[in-house]
Design a protein around this ligand. Structure first.
Ligand code: 3HC
Length: 291
């Protein structure tokens, strides 16, 4: 069994906004981490985003120039999936597409040499058991679900697939703690714990607007000032900048858990009007997307 330490070789596959945040967080915590993405543009975006985050920390005097350089020196990016061969830990963070994830897990299983490696998925809602079934080592596959913005949010949801071993769950919890996060454990159910809570709020917020009970702005103010949330549900949806994806996830949750997770028509129309083909389409406020 592997031992959790900062010497572990950590490889992140898929470096969009969350994947890049995972790379940044591992590097900040002292791990040497590779980020792999077949899209070179994602690598450029990740480099810019990490550099800009570290500059902000430098300006706030939370890190020194030398520490910034040290963090950056721990990170390597590439487009070749072969970079994961020597991994002790792989975290997959590609789009929420079950077929794509299953194909990728099959490839990861073939590529990663260490028989002890942990193969983890950052899926926010899909079945970890199904993803694990694409490998010949489902007991070493678990969910390791991070939250946006990854360097700031303190939670990691550890998802136990049907065949995930107790040792794997314990190792992923230790890994999260080593990263300065607090782990919680969820069974493999659509949306797990947090997206079940969060999407119940988000879907209800869209219904409140559909029923003319309150405006988008007032729902957000209500959530912030009445419930103590850092952002209102619509502000959060804009911040995540992925409404079509949220629509897919809530539909998946509605299929598995009940109609209470189904978004109302006006949100679907909004995505359709924006063509639904861009991940960034569908915004509630006329503000620039966050980087
Ligand atoms: N590394 C380390 N620390 C960092 C950092 C980094 N890269 N970036 C920022 N920080 C620190 C800042 O220095 C600051 O510390 P300070 O308070 O001591 O100065 C602190 O983190 C907060 O940073 P900011 O000042 O930039 O942030 P705000 O206070 O404006 O808060 C927010 C922004 C964290 C986004 C807050 O509004 C929030 O919590 N919003 C809700 C986010 C949320 O709900 N996320 C979950 C989304 S759902 C999800 O991700 C699940 C997925 O499946 C879709």
């Amino acid at each position: 069994m592997i031992q959790i330490s900062k010497e572990l070789r950590v490889r992140i596959v898929g470096i969009g906004k969350v994947g890049s945040g995972i790379v940044e967080t591992f590097a900040q915590c002292g791990f040497t981490v590779y980020g792999v993405d077949t899209d070179k543009k994602q690598i450029d975006n990740a480099l810019n985003s990490i550099d800009s985050d570290l500059k902000k920390l430098l300006e706030k005097e939370k890190i020194t120039d030398a520490e910034k350089d040290l963090i950056l020196s721990r990170i390597r990016f590439g487009t070749d999936l072969g970079l994961i061969r020597d991994a002790d830990v792989v975290v997959e963070a590609i789009l929420e597409d079950i077929q794509a994830k299953k194909e990728l897990f099959k490839t990861i299983d073939h590529l990663v040499v260490s028989k002890e490696a942990l193969i983890l998925t950052n899926t926010s809602s899909l079945s970890v058991t199904d993803i694990a079934a694409a490998t010949e080592r489902p007991e070493q596959v678990a969910g390791m679900h991070f939250f946006n913005p990854v360097p700031v949010m303190k939670l990691v949801e550890v998802v136990r697939g049907v065949l995930t071993s107790k040792e794997t769950v314990s190792l992923v919890k230790q890994l999260a703690i080593t990263m300065g996060k607090t782990p919680i454990v969820s069974a493999d159910s659509p949306g797990f714990i947090v997206n079940r809570l969060l999407n119940a709020l988000v879907v209800e917020a869209t219904r409140i607007v559909a029923e003319n009970v309150g405006s988008i702005e007032d729902v957000d103010i209500g959530a912030r000032l009445g419930c103590g949330h850092p952002m209102g549900p619509f502000e959060l949806l804009d911040y995540l900048n992925a409404l079509p994806l949220v629509l897919d996830v809530t539909d998946y949750m509605a299929d598995g858990l009940g109609e209470r997770f189904r978004m109302p028509a006006w949100v679907r129309e909004m995505v359709k009007k924006d063509n639904g083909d861009s991940i960034a389409c569908g915004r509630f406020y006329d503000r620039k997307p966050s980087s």
